[in-house]
Design a protein around this ligand. Structure first.
Ligand code: NAP
Ligand code: F7E
Length: 321
């Protein structure tokens, strides 16, 4: 039997690397789309390099997406590429819209032209709920995005739904709440904290400067979440799903857990720095993933304490080297 083929955009990112591992373990032939850069950013997929097929392409360039599809001939496309850092979206709102919003339409159009039987996964985000209209947030909760990133993701979500309804594409939107790992970028708050704790513990830093400690997020483990992406594309019918743990914790809770894991008190080291505050904040996110549990049989496996422990241990080991 011919191997199933998948194309992942954003394969060099946190989720791309976990998804590539998952699909390889399921016997897929995996293609990863990478954009040209003067320095390589392959750290997260270095261990998979010999098993992956890399194709060049950029969400800003329509013809490169068509060529990437022609070269990989996938049955499934996972669109994970985006400008994904919320603060940058205020500095680069137009570019964020180009990648994170219009990039989705470009890929959907490419699929329509090359092979409309390709199943499509769009990486949507809990940031679309923003100033939340209800708690917990489900597929039925209205969106109220609070950043140019959230606005762009709302566009990406609706264009995915629209192409499903207009052209009958098998297109799914996964509304994923925050998910983390030791592969998370160092600028995101969880990794900034685990890295900061490890530096302080090892005597490499004296303090950790953060913004809003009261923001609450529903944090899960990225390795669990890529399984949900795959499951969505294995269903008989394309649909949208909220994916999260159902638990929310504050940034302060994360600090408390991470510092206490190495026997320190966060209050002695964390300094609030206004420069990390956002022009508009998302105060509280917590997922209602009952549809995913019911239809996909998905649930998150790594709990909050375990996630914090994994991340801190990883950064301690990395920095000790
Ligand atoms: P990430 O680590 O920031 O990775 C983003 C990826 O997108 C990188 O591979 C990056 O490539 C690529 N990319 C950016 N602009 C591109 C362009 N113009 N053309 C092609 N590739 C481009 O993000 P992540 O945490 O893995 O998240 C994956 C996706 O899920 C993103 O769409 C994100 O917005 C969304 N999401 C994430 C979360 C979360 O908590 N992690 C939650 C909900 C939704 P380079 O290596 O070249 O920069
Ligand atoms: O911030 C607060 C900050 O940058 C979380 C992306 O993957 O998840 C991510 O977006 C919270 C915010 O993630 C600092 O104000 C305090 O309330 O880790 P973050 P995010 O903005 O929630 C969603 C679901 C995505 O889709 C995005 O792509 O932490 N916070 N102090 C801080 N945040 C940062 N980054 N740095 C601080 O010093």
């Amino acid at each position: 039997m011919e191997k199933r083929r998948a194309l992942i955009t954003g394969v060099t990112g946190q989720d791309g690397s976990f998804l590539a591992e998952l699909l390889l373990s399921k016997g897929y032939e995996v293609y990863g789309m990478v954009r040209r850069s003067s320095t390589e950013k392959m750290e997260r997929i270095e261990h998979l390099r010999s098993q992956l097929n890399l194709v060049q392409g950029d969400l800003l360039d329509q013809s490169s997406l068509i060529e990437a599809l022609k070269a990989s001939r996938p049955s499934e496309v996972y669109n994970l590429a985006a400008q994904s850092f919320v603060p940058t979206s205020w500095n680069q709102p137009v570019l964020t819209g180009e990648f994170t919003a219009l990039g989705v339409t470009r890929m959907l159009e490419a699929i329509r032209k090359v092979d409309d039987s390709i199943k499509f996964y769009q990486a949507s985000s809990s940031e679309m709920f923003g100033k939340v209209r209800e708690t917990p947030q489900s597929e039925a909760t209205p969106f109220y995005p609070r950043s140019p990133y959230g606005v762009a993701k709302a566009y990406g979500h609706f264009i995915t739904v629209n192409y499903r309804e207009s052209y009958g594409l098998f297109a799914c939107s996964g509304i994923l709440f925050n998910h983390e790992s030791s592969r998370r970028g160092l600028e995101f708050v969880t990794r900034k904290i685990s890295d900061g704790v490890a530096r302080i513990k090892l005597g490499l830093a004296k303090e950790l400067r953060l913004g809003n400690l009261d923001a609450r997020r529903d944090w899960g483990f990225a390795g669990d979440y890529v399984e949900a992406m795959w499951l969505m594309l294995q269903q008989a019918k394309a649909d949208d799903y909220v994916i999260g743990t159902g638990e929310s914790h504050s940034v302060r809770d994360f600090c408390e857990a991470a510092f206490s894991h190495v026997g320190l008190d966060y209050k002695d080291y964390v300094k609030v720095d206004k420069s990390f505050m956002r022009p508009a904040e998302v105060d509280l996110l917590v997922a209602d993933s009952s549809k995913a549990r019911r239809v996909l049989g998905w649930s998150s496996k790594v709990n909050f304490r375990e996630l914090v422990r994994m991340m801190v241990e990883h950064d301690l080991a990395r920095l000790k080297k």
